[in-house]
Design a binder for this molecule. Sequence first.
Ligand SMILES: [Zn+2]
Ligand SMILES: [Zn+2]
Length: 254
Amino acid sequence: MDWRSPPETRDGFEVAIFCALRRELDAVRLVCDRIWSDDGREYGKARGDWNEYITGLIGNHNVVLVQLPHIGKEAAATAAAYVQTSFPRIRLALLVGICGGTPRNNKSSQDILFGDVIISHKIMQYDFALSYSDGPEIIDTGEHMKSGPHITCFAETLQGGEPRQRLEDHWTQHLENVRQRDTKGIYSYPGIDSDVLFLPNYRHKHRGFQQGDLECPMCASQGDQTCSEARNASCTELGCDEALQVHRGLSKRR
Ligand SMILES: [Zn+2]
Ligand SMILES: [Zn+2]
């Protein structure tokens, strides 16, 4: 059988990719070389499974894409349990998405900038760790925090050498595929200059009250509250103070 032929049944899928946001799932969809429903193949799902699936092919791997109902561990855990009922042969489950709020790798002291791809090298259940400015402190080292040896080995091979180089080469090709298949022009690289970081206590919010304009009551209130309109506006529109930006290793990456 041609490896590009769709699998006969749901047992033919061994990789599941979970995304919390629709725009993340749509991007992964563009990475797929084939979408099996476009070829008229529907695989259905087990009785009682609430997940919605997109099935396809990336390279020579049949994959099932899963949209989580919302962000959070509960949604991910529930969706993962359903996947196992409908696709019992899944061996690798990946959570793929935009990583926010991680400006720096504390271990290597390297800044993390737009376009960087972050690959974990270990799995940590973060309800069992405390987060400090210099990194997490594990408060429980029980069995539940350990990943299987095959995952640990796989992640370790991606840390350097030839496997890492191959990954980087393939990644470039996948990005190019997304660019070509994105006929609506939704996805693009905003450029490193758009990677702006402010001091942690500086809020991105309406400052009209400082300029004598109408006051936004939520943004003007004490504390960390901001309104949704401000969250969707640019720093230029809100007049965020450039003097309070954190200057990072941008020049090193140009
Ligand atoms: Zn506001
Ligand atoms: Zn801002």
